[in-house]
Design a protein around this ligand. Structure first.
Ligand code: AMP
Length: 418
């Protein structure tokens, strides 16, 4: 016997059982809805070159400064486990010349992401996101469609959410705003937390993101970017909001919403649960990113949602994912019956009727107990006698009523009853 027992690394989870049902449900819905809005799935590697994220996410962000799982390979490559999805999709767009495809190119992804965060409730070091990205066309309609697609996913999950929205302007109007903001923050420097005093030097916009009470108070009186948008950005933002109004999509304007990452321009948004204001996800427009990573000038927008958070929100709202739909249990008694049961199981599977079984058990009693436990509606009992007569017993579990049918017809018979 080994004298060491292992535990999973801090901030990770083994996903199984009921939790896996939630996971599966969210994956199923986000895939189906993404496809309805004409997004195509993309899977990028779980690790990428470190530089990709440093350049895109921004050096002054927590992700780059504190949270990346970086490692050097034996060959000397500096890689990281991906902390977010957009940079990889953009890298792929450039590398595969996707600009040659009809534009916009629309991708969705689902998978694990990694951030070395302080472990706390709702924060994992390996977590999962689904995300949507639209590249190649600049239009307020696409910002609105992105938000609408995300809303449809939540609607399908029966989760009440609120979108917070803001515009960050572009390279024409943002620098002027940043200057004004910096001036204001410098004046109120003593009221900012230590982190924000540093952020102020690196990127004053990030101060608006701070969750510290003292900073929140100071920020309340700060100049707002929406009052400093240039004509084009103002028009664009208005158009996005008008389209959302047209769709009947409720949102809240948050003049201090900036999102954590450097690459956003114009529309940014975050998604919260209606009651507890639990942050589920967010996104926005990132028109400069493709160029920043070495591609040609390409407008784009995207958003991502944390699956573990959505599960937490569903649990709080008492929304339960349906169980896998299995209603039949196959029990067998004796060697010949077991052999025949193996074949019968395949017949059911091919007819796409999922069937429970415990082929490893021989006692009928324990098999029946199992059938009870999993809540089977019908149990099929195949014993020695039945095998000889080419028959099988169907037991209706609720009433205890039993009848014998021909083995050759049992699949059809069950199909009719389900
Ligand atoms: P972000 O990429 O930081 O904008 O995060 C988007 C969403 O991913 C958040 O709203 C969370 O739902 C989820 N998320 C981000 N980081 C974590 C984490 N460490 N653990 C669990 N979920 C996370």
């Amino acid at each position: 016997m080994a004298d060491q027992s292992f535990q999973k690394p801090t901030g990770t989870q083994d996903i199984h059982g009921r939790y896996q049902d939630y996971f599966w449900k969210i994956e199923k819905v986000s895939r189906a809805v993404s496809k309805q809005y004409n997004f195509e799935e993309i899977q990028t590697p779980l690790f990428e070159n470190e530089e990709l994220f440093i350049r895109s996410v921004g050096e002054a962000t927590d992700i780059i400064q504190k949270e990346m799982y970086s490692f050097e390979t034996k060959g000397g490559d500096k890689l990281v486990l991906r902390p977010e999805g957009t940079a990889s999709v953009v890298r792929s767009y450039i590398e595969n010349d996707f600009y040659k495809k009809p534009q916009p190119v629309k991708f969705y992804y689902i998978g694990p992401f990694f951030r070395y965060e302080r472990p706390q409730r709702g924060r994992y070091r390996q977590f999962h996101q689904f995300g949507l990205e639209i590249l190649g066309v600049k239009s307020a309609a696409l910002d609105a469609q992105l938000i609408q697609a995300l809303r449809s996913i939540f609607k399908e999950l029966k989760l009440e959410v609120i979108f917070s929205i803001n515009s960050l302007g572009d390279e024409n109007c943002r620098p002027e705003y940043k200057k004004k903001l910096k001036k204001f923050l410098n004046k109120n420097k003593e009221d900012l937390c230590e982190d924000c005093q540093r952020r102020l030097k690196e990127n004053p916009l990030r101060v608006l993101d701070c969750k510290e009470e003292e900073c929140r108070k100071t920020i309340e009186n700060a100049p707002q970017i929406v009052d400093h948008l240039c004509k084009a950005c103002n028009k664009d933002f208005k158009e996005v909001l008008e389209l959302l109004d047209e769709l009947g999509l409720s949102y809240e304007l948050d003049p201090f919403l900036v999102r954590g990452l450097d690459y956003y321009t114009n529309t940014v948004f975050e998604i919260f649960t209606e009651k507890e204001k639990l942050a589920l996800g967010g996104g926005g427009r990132y028109d400069g990113l493709v160029e920043m990573l070495g591609g040609r000038e390409t407008p784009a927008c995207g958003g991502a949602v944390g699956i573990e958070r959505v599960i937490e929100a569903m649990k709080k709202a008492k929304i339960k994912p349906e169980k896998e739909d299995k209603r039949v249990f196959l029990a067998q008694l004796g060697d010949s019956a077991k052999k025949r049961a193996f074949r019968l199981f395949e017949e059911f599977r091919e007819a796409e009727i999922p069937v429970y079984e415990t082929m490893g058990r021989d006692s009928l009693k324990s098999q029946m107990a199992r059938a009870d436990k999993v809540g089977a509606e019908f149990t099929l009992i195949l014993g020695r006698q039945e095998c000889i007569k080419n028959e099988i017993i169907i037991r209706e579990m609720k009433t205890g009523k039993q009848e014998t049918v021909s083995l050759d017809k049992v699949v059809e018979e069950i199909k009719e009853r389900l």
